[in-house]
Design a protein. Structure first.
Length: 174
């Protein structure tokens, strides 16, 4: 699961879509790191439950895929398709997230006899290349509506240090 609370309320579907796409991308990266694929994608959005002065909403829905996937493009597209169904105008959204489930190993699963052939090999190679570029910080590769400006901001006041992955965050003892 990848979810974040926003630094400020979000009212538009476009900005929510951008946030959901970001979360879906991160969830897909985690999935590939674990060498897994998922068959069930759940997207949720909610208002600030602690603010009693605004209209409250919590909405979620799931989508079951025919083929298990770890392809970021498929996960983003599915998550945004769910968002189209659960988004309601007139609310102030404070949190959004995506949950992946119904896992299978990436190397073996049952294909359907009636579905069109998919090019898993080239999709897998593309995702591997994008993950490598992002991991090595050669550049930052994102997808479509993740945007360049990131108009929404995550709350990061209590974010943990990354001692094992970022050299500049290792604590110094005096």
């Amino acid at each position: 699961m990848v979810s974040r609370s926003f630094g400020r309320s979000i009212r538009t579907k476009n900005v929510l879509s951008e946030a959901i796409s970001f979360h879906a991308s991160r969830a897909a990266e985690k999935l590939r790191y674990e060498k897994q694929k998922c068959r069930l994608i759940t997207t949720f959005i909610r208002s600030n439950r602690f603010n009693t002065k605004i209209k409250q909403i919590y909405a979620s829905r799931s989508l079951e895929l025919i083929h298990p996937t770890d392809d970021t493009r498929t996960i983003i597209k599915s998550a945004n398709r769910i968002l189209e169904k659960i988004y309601a105008n007139g609310y102030q959204y404070a949190k959004a997230g995506i949950l992946l489930s119904d896992f299978t190993d990436s190397y073996g699963y049952q294909m359907s006899l009636f579905d069109k052939k998919r090019d898993e090999k080239s999709a897998s190679k593309l995702m591997e290349t994008i993950d490598y570029i992002n991991l090595m910080e050669i550049a930052k590769v994102g997808f479509g509506n993740q945007g360049y400006q990131n108009t929404w901001k995550m709350k990061r006041e209590i974010k943990s240090q990354r001692y094992t992955t970022k050299i500049d965050e290792i604590p110094i003892i005096k």
